[in-house]
Design a protein around this ligand. Sequence first.
Ligand code: ADP
Ligand code: MG
Length: 484
Amino acid sequence: MTYIQGETGDWEVVIGLEVHAQIVSNAKLFSGSATAFGTAPNSQVSFVDAAFPGMLPVINAFCVEQAVRTGLGLKAQINNYSVFDRKNYFYADLPQGYQISQYLQPIVGKGELVLDLPDGSTRTVGITRLHMEQDAGKSLHDQHPSKTYIDLNRSGVALMEIVSEPDLRSAEEAGAYVRKLRSILRYLGTCDGNMEEGSMRCDCNVSVRKPGQPFGTRCEIKNVNSIRFVMAAIEYEARRQVEVLEEGGTIVQETRLWDTTKLVTRSMRSKEEAHDYRYFPDPDLLPLELDPEWVEEIKRTLPELPDEKKARFMTDFKLSAYDANVLVNEKAKADYFETVAKGRDPKLAANWVTGDLFGALNKAGLEIEQSPVKAGDLGGLIDLIADNTISGRIAKDVFAIMFETPGKTPADIVAEKGLKQVTDTGAIEGAIDQILAANADKVEEYRSGKDKLFGFFVGQAMKATQGKANPALVNEILQKKLNG
Ligand code: ADP
Ligand code: MG
């Protein structure tokens, strides 16, 4: 357990997250308008989205399917009967004057999510609910010195709001939660998880308490748009609350925002309660009734999800929880690994993929899909080590060349650069004999007990063969000549 150490002792941080995830769908939740990101302002707005009088919403069945698929992926209760409500509030970017959302009867109830923590351990966190709702438009405050412009492209786009139980206990756990949720959504294909584009946004509810005490009063930090900021905002907010309480103050429940330049949370408004929104069932929409057969059908088509893939990698490939986790968090990485591992030593494959490859991609700022080294070629490189064509040491150099010159196979590079390992015992013996003769004093020292010099002889032998001598053979011959 990670506590915040205050003047008066340890404080426990309690966090619950509300994630807004934009549903991947070509059309909006209740209209046929397009949803593409980055198009000209107000170019994807129908009369429904602009709330013209007399316009009626029509539910998009595909969005419902996506919400159900997500609920199933979170191992959650699917409610075959759910209701759309109007959440009333007045804001310039909300032309209807209300948002169509779900309140008392959401489409998805309790579920769970498994956190993969950095030390390889896991912890299960409760999901309270998932409901569908419309997104609002966007107010643009930076286009004119004294005016605010409104872009309604986002108005009516389908969102899933996914609410967690207050089960998280540190900024790290909150980070792990968002990362895992994003990974599951991407595997399912129900949300692209692009936080930079705003298609996934996170409200962070934070309170602190003395261990063993009841929950404290929470503050909610709105619309945090990266995992790094989620963690930083929670860290800052928890410390702020500890300070307030230790100085004898009280926490007022309020909505705060995360200032991304000053890296502080600031009060935005006092917390509104449900009754402020005057929720009532939307009279334009019938309750949503799902056919259980249809839900079963969706369940049957779920892909293998990160938890199951991780378990399979650990059993079938004997990978550590840590390695398995690094490999499954993106499906493309897992697929790449499986291609490399097929018919090869999985541990060796995992080391090359998570170490050399991910390291190089990271350094070059590339995604796995953009890797200059294709999975088949990395597999080929591992084969060259396995059949003793090259040593593990030389393989690192070959890999670096492969990464720089895409399209060249490892075999081409080994042939071109003459990197084939020397496994000819005679040639290695010859080189070693010369070294021992030239360093007679060191041979003497070694024999009189200076064991460390063995490494020196190995180094000289590798140098004499430009690193191409088979290391096992070098060791064997040196042992024989020095100790035999
Ligand atoms: P609202 O809709 O008013 O924000 P909810 O009951 O839906 O209220 O809770 C919102 C989020 O706040 C949930 O993720 C929940 O886990 C979290 N939460 C509730 N109580 C606390 C608390 N004392 N400290 C931290 N988080 C909390
Ligand atoms: Mg809330």
